[in-house]
Design a protein around this ligand. Structure first.
Ligand SMILES: [Mg+2]
Length: 330
């Protein structure tokens, strides 16, 4: 049994994926948020009655995958480090006051390590961040009108020379999803200007069905479930047939709040395992997400972390679909 197939079968509710052990639901509900790592198994390990039965595939194939952008599709640090430093430089020049540390602290940027942590820039929309920049300037002694003037003169939605480092071969990944008739959505806190530039530069526009950005009028800041529900409505897709993929709690909480079929955390951005416990599954990257949902016969197997929340979802589905030996599905 492969890890990859095993994970999909887990999603379809087959309890034997945990080495044939039975997990009472009460036990799962009491479990602390301890990641469970799915192990690689071989069909030959299972009893002849199972391995020789007429097994068929039962795959959870989504109708749409909703991707966060920064930290999920592109390297967050590569793109936004220079933006933080450029903004701090412009504000310092405009006010003749060194505001670098205040800007870095507000954005969650560590100048020494050149890393952006969980916080404002990773999780909030530009309109929200701009409000907080004004508040920061007022605390520094500027009048509110002066603060707004400084913001207007120094703010730019995108870095001057935007560096884009992909977290995987996005054209390949998106085309594989499209081949399976799986729609692709992007739900980002970034501006529409920056998001469209990203899609254009990477030649991804043709694959993406809908984009919702942080400064769109219809947008509500994550983790409000509104944007995920809006995307599903616009694409005429049931919430239970949608997957949310993101690198921060804002993404994973949104996925759960919208009651989507599955919420997956990725480790390519600012979130760690500890940050992503609201996800059902945690994987390394979007490449692994696509491997999971496209059900292609590949030898690229991946270890997947199932959170306690994910385990409860699996158990709930299992209880709705009693497993009989003759109906075992992988
Ligand atoms: Mg992100």
């Amino acid at each position: 049994m492969s890890v990859r197939r095993g994970t999909r079968a887990l999603i379809s509710g087959s309890s034997w994926l945990f080495g044939g052990q039975s997990f009472p639901r009460s036990h799962m509900m009491l479990q602390k948020v301890q990641p469970v790592c799915v192990v690689k198994r071989n069909m030959a390990e299972f009893s002849p009655s199972i391995s020789e039965s007429n097994l068929t595939s039962a795959i959870f194939q989504p109708a749409v995958v909703i991707f966060d952008k920064d930290g999920t599709l592109v390297c967050f640090h590569t793109m936004w480090n220079s933006w933080c430093e450029e903004l701090a430089g412009r504000m310092t020049a405009e006010t003749s006051k060194d505001l670098s540390n205040d800007v870095y602290e507000l954005m969650g940027y560590d100048y020494e390590t050149k890393k952006i942590g969980m916080g404002m820039l990773a999780e909030k929309t530009h309109p929200y961040i701009k409000e907080k920049v004004v508040e920061m300037l007022v605390k520094q002694g500027f009048h509110e009108w002066e603060a707004k003037q400084v913001l207007d003169k120094t703010w730019k939605d995108t870095p001057e020379n935007m560096q884009i480092k992909m977290t995987g071969n996005l054209r390949n990944l998106f085309s594989r999803l499209r081949e399976k008739n799986i729609k692709i959505a992007i739900c980002t806190s970034d501006s529409r200007e920056g998001t469209l530039e990203f899609l254009e530069r990477l030649h991804l526009e043709e694959f993406v069905d809908i984009v919702v950005c942080g400064d769109d009028k219809i947008s509500k800041s994550k983790p409000d479930p509104h944007n995920a529900i809006y995307i599903c409505n616009e694409l005429n897709v049931d919430l239970s047939d949608a997957i949310m993929v993101g690198d921060t709690p804002a993404d994973t909480i949104m996925g759960q709040a919208a009651n989507l079929g599955l919420t997956i955390g990725v480790l390519t951005g600012v979130g760690t395992h500890q940050d992503l416990t609201h996800a059902d599954l945690i994987v390394n990257s979007v490449s692994e997400v696509v491997d999971l949902v496209t059900n292609e016969d590949t030898e690229d197997f991946h270890a997947v972390t199932v959170t306690a929340r994910g385990l409860c979802k699996i158990a709930a589905r299992s209880s709705l679909q009693p497993l009989r030996t003759t109906e075992v599905k992988i």
